[in-house]
Ligand binder design. Structure first.
Ligand SMILES: NC(=O)c1ccc[n+]([C@@H]2O[C@H](COP(=O)([O-])OP(=O)(O)OC[C@H]3O[C@@H](n4cnc5c(N)ncnc54)[C@H](O)[C@@H]3O)[C@@H](O)[C@H]2O)c1
Length: 693
């Protein structure tokens, strides 16, 4: 009894042994924790004075998972399986005492204990699917034996956390014990087990719940079908399902072998590598090398929003959601009323799904003050401008703000593409000016590009990043250039997509290739959704682009029932003969030879042009690191996370291959297309974007 090693100890309470893990921050299953548990379990099992063992953790949580830093490294003994076998195979009962979160490998250890008790605030889950994996330590075999196939399928493919109460109802937790009295309650539970002479309950030996699903293929088929859209393109959910099928169809040890095989395939595959990369990228993106964590920030008690249009209203909702009062300024009363009306309607829609009550809606709406007077913004700590995308208007607004808003406040613009350095010339305090580029719909989309202008101060940057976190967003700090990171890369893709229309491809051919690659929609479907008339001025139209002609024919996108596509009442898209005719006429005028363009070429030209633009963005130091670009494209444009973002994807293709292909396409890419010197250099050095320091 006593310390087993630096992170595991064994103590006695009469005839009950307490095996404790103390490995902050989350008691992850590092090599030391595994070694300590193995040794402790063996000692306790061998000790004749011990009748039962309580496995418990110090700190804020039960074992919260594998040690992800060990991923990709050679395995270090002992393996988790050895630990599990020692526990499950012991001659006396082991009781897992759970608080915090028992996740992944943590829950898989708890599943090898003979009983589980938990405090009500505890949560259990197998989140491996989120890293492109499956629970590889018996989780897929043991969980369905306790909770049944349907719940197990749901848990392993969603990765979601189940609260202790539901876990108790499902049989995963044997007893709920009072908060704050976990150890004493677990010991009491152990004593009762012994007094009652209850047998060792080994999950591996349970059969009734999996037997119930045996021979019922339809359970799995129905599950696959119901989730087809959510799982599209992902390997891991399907592999998780197959592992559960094995649990149903095979004896325990054969099922384990299947799980192992499937796990190794996922672990060594590209998708999981991408998903693990994204996991780390999401953490890195917050770090700004020259803006350290201790940079002072500006308290934001009230925010002003100028423009109650599409973006202004959505942006405001983010602040109302976290209880920050908002002053919204418009030019006309009806625009203000309309804007606030849309906000209310959006909130009311959330009451239908049960996310909010009407009282919540009222509470949020009370945070709004509307005004037609910019003067009302004087006491705001942050003002976000979301007026029309027009430099003169924006400069006029900023000039006025400069005279109105109190010193020390942040003056932000939501411009999509305008030069923020130029906007900042309208004020005498350019250090206060920053871009906060929200994506539409701003109350839903997770991405925020925080745009640093030449003079932006560090506290203004630190505050903007911190606010983004508070709003539940993911923010990337980027520099000023047309379109910043996200839209600039989008333009590079659009240029290729439009060029291919002239060479013989149709919008639906291009959209299909992009959709099949894994994005939610292609460039033309996206244009139809956003509206083709953004920036189109009816008085100035001259039928000089396909887009102009479509707008002139009132084909302005989904909202008019037609754009590049024709739409039915339910907004289902159909290829349009009208659009096809317009494109063919333009193509004929351009004189470009017409040909069939393969899906392969469509993809390469679109994606490699994006990669090339990403490299230029890095060259110009518009993004801090390649993975920030990936975060932008995953969260702002729906790039499939299992492909890791455009820069990670480029690494998987090989940068030399990307360069060679771009050279092959040559003039087709456009007369202004130039291969990025950085991309060439990395390719020549045999390096990846991930190797950039
Ligand atoms: N719509 C998008 O998808 C999107 C995405 C990201 C960024 N943006 C950017 O956000 C900004 C706003 O775009 P939007 O789509 O919300 O436009 P919008 O036309 O829906 O709304 C703009 C609103 O600003 C108001 N307005 C104009 N001048 C004003 C002034 N001087 N004072 C107060 N209010 C004024 C208008 O009355 C209008 O209600 C633009 O800079 C745009 O580029 C738009």
């Amino acid at each position: 009894m006593g310390a087993i090693n630096a992170v595991v100890s064994l103590a006695a309470d009469g005839d009950i042994a307490i095996l404790s893990v103390n490995s902050p921050p989350v008691n992850a299953l590092s090599q030391q924790v595994r070694a300590g548990l193995l040794e402790g379990a063996r000692q306790a099992d061998a000790d004749k004075t011990v009748k039962a063992v309580v496995l418990i953790c110090d700190g804020k949580t039960f074992i919260a998972g594998a040690d992800i830093t060990e991923f990709g490294k050679p395995p270090a003994a002992p393996s988790l399986v050895e630990v599990q076998d020692a526990i499950e195979g012991a001659s006396k009962p082991f009781i897992a005492a759970i608080h915090g979160t028992a996740l992944g490998g943590g829950l898989e250890v708890a599943l090898c204990c003979h009983y589980r008790v938990a405090v009500p605030s505890a949560k259990c889950g197998l989140p491996e699917v989120n890293l492109g994996l499956l629970p590889g330590a018996g989780g897929t075999q043991r969980l369905p034996r306790i909770v049944g196939v349907e719940q197990a399928l749901d848990m392993v493919t969603s990765g979601k956390h189940v609260d202790a109460k539901s876990a108790h109802a499902a049989g995963l937790v044997d007893e709920l014990v009072p908060e704050g009295a976990l150890q004493a309650s677990a010991i009491a539970f152990a004593r009762k087990l012994i007094a009652d002479g209850r047998p060792l309950k080994r999950v591996r030996d349970l059969d009734d719940k999996v037997a119930a699903a045996r021979g019922k293929r339809e359970v799995f088929d129905a599950f696959r079908k119901a989730n087809a859209k959510k799982f599209r393109g992902f390997l891991a959910p399907e592999y998780n399902i197959r592992a559960i099928e094995a649990a149903v169809d095979k004896p325990f040890d054969d099922g384990l072998a299947t799980e192992r095989k499937l796990f190794i395939e996922l672990m060594t595959g590209t998708q999981s590598a991408a998903q693990r990369y994204v996991f780390f990228a999401e953490r890195q993106v917050w770090k700004v090398p020259d803006v350290p964590d201790d940079t002072p920030t500006i308290p934001v008690h009230r925010v002003g929003i100028i423009g109650a249009g599409t973006m202004g209203g959505g942006i405001a909702m983010n602040f109302a959601n976290i209880g920050v009062p908002i002053t919204m300024v418009e030019t006309k009363q009806d625009a203000l009323d309309r804007g606030l009306g849309v906000v209310r309607k959006n909130y009311e829609r959330s009451t239908k799904s049960g996310k909010l009550t009407m009282a919540d809606v009222d509470k949020r709406m009370q945070l709004f003050t509307g005004s037609l007077d910019l003067g009302q913004l004087a006491d705001c700590d942050l003002v976000i401008e979301a007026v029309f995308e027009n430099m003169d208007i924006k400069k006029d607004v900023f000039g006025k703000l400069d005279r109105i808003v109190k010193p020390g406040a942040i003056l932000a613009t939501n411009t999509s593409a305008l030069d923020i350095n130029e906007i900042a010339t309208a004020v005498k305090r350019p250090e206060a000016v920053i871009g906060m580029h929200f994506f539409s719909p701003a109350n839903v989309m997770r991405l925020l590009e925080v745009v640093r202008a030449k003079a932006t101060s560090k506290p203004v940057i630190a505050t903007s990043m911190q606010l983004a976190k508070k709003l539940g967003k993911i923010a990337a700090l980027v520099g000023v250039c047309p379109g910043f990171v996200g839209n600039r890369i989008l333009y590079a893709r659009s240029a290729q997509a439009n060029a291919m229309l002239m060479e013989g491809a149709m919008p639906w051919d291009i959209d299909k290739a992009i959709y099949d690659f894994g994005l939610p929609m292609g460039p033309f479907a996206m244009s139809d959704l956003a509206g083709l008339d953004i920036g189109w001025i009816p008085e100035k139209t001259s039928s000089s682009t396909i887009r102009e002609v479509l707008c002139e024919q009132d084909r302005r996108g989904q909202k008019t029932g037609a754009g590049f596509y024709d739409y039915d009442e339910q907004r289902n898209a159909k290829p349009s003969p009208v659009t096809e005719k317009i494109i063919r006429e333009f193509a004929a005028k351009s004189g470009a030879p017409q040909r069939t363009i393969s899906e392969h070429e469509i993809l390469e030209r679109c994606l490699f042009a994006q990669i090339n633009e990403g490299a230029k963005i890095l060259e110009e130091k518009i993004a801090i690191r390649p993975s920030d670009i990936d975060i932008v494209w995953i969260n702002g444009y729906g790039w499939p996370v299992y492909r890791g973002g455009p820069m990670f994807y480029a690494d998987t293709v090989g940068l030399a291959n990307v360069v060679a292909k771009l050279e092959d396409y040559g003039p087709k890419l456009g007369k202004n297309f130039a291969i990025s010197p950085l991309l060439r250099q990395l390719a020549a050095d045999g390096k990846r974007f991930q190797d950039m320091k």
